[in-house]
Design a protein around this ligand. Structure first.
Ligand SMILES: O=C(O)CCC(=O)C(=O)O
Ligand SMILES: [Mn+2]
Length: 211
């Protein structure tokens, strides 16, 4: 586990990253990380209820005429009727559930943003992953604020600058909150790689504003 600064941010010992009022300012972007935003009890309870109450789907995409399953299950909830497209698929939002609304109300004051939708990912084991991408779809507008909430297995979240190729890594722990903002989505890709370690399930929620 990395050393934490007074705001609970891990000290990354990377050149060029500085902390300003709890915000980690990196080249072309900013993030705020709370390793223990939710208590262990709250996090255990959210993991269990989200696992059973969310309508998890196996989405797939078409690649060279072949149907390829995403290496994770997904769900899309929100209060807007606009469909959301990413990785070649289009999702229609389901109406908010009480657990999601409870999480949303806790993170909104910290993220300073009123979110209108959330993408959920269920990583069943270390073989599930999400590969390099940005959350820069046009529906998200310029410099989107994305709030990512994590329950279950700790997994590595990696960031890679598209020009300099510099890499950063954050361990997303049970009950953590990562807020990405500023220009970050336009300059940094992110991924959660597969791991050969035996890990339990992990649920990630990324709250977004669809314009
Ligand atoms: O699981 C994560 O931490 C990241 C998920 C993600 O990047 C996405 O859904 O766009
Ligand atoms: Mn993403």
């Amino acid at each position: 586990m990395s050393q934490l600064d007074i705001f609970g941010n891990p000290i990354l010992q990377k050149s060029g990253s500085i902390f300003k009022k709890g915000i980690t300012v990196i080249e072309n972007g900013e993030y705020i990380f709370y390793p223990n935003f939710f208590s262990k009890e709250e996090s255990d309870s959210f993991l269990k209820t989200l696992r059973s109450n969310i309508i998890w789907k196996q989405e797939s995409m078409n690649m060279y005429g072949k149907k390829i399953d995403f290496p994770r299950l997904t769900a899309w909830y929100g209060n807007n009727d606009k469909p959301y497209s990413f990785s070649g698929i289009t999702l229609q939002p389901l109406p908010w559930s009480s657990e999601i609304l409870s999480i949303k109300s806790k993170i909104e004051p910290v993220a300073n943003t009123a979110f209108n939708s959330v993408l959920l990912n269920l990583y069943r084991d270390g073989n599930d992953s999400i590969s390099w991408h940005t959350d820069a779809e046009k529906e998200l507008g310029i410099n989107p604020v994305i709030a990512s909430v994590n329950f279950g297995a700790t997994r590595k979240f990696q960031l890679r600058h598209i020009k300099t190729k510099e890499k950063l890594e954050i361990e997303l722990t049970h009950g953590s909150l990562l807020i990405m903002q500023g220009e970050l989505q336009h300059f940094w890709q992110h991924q959660v790689p597969k791991t050969s370690k035996i890990v339990r399930e992990r649920i990630n929620l990324t709250f977004r504003v669809i314009k």
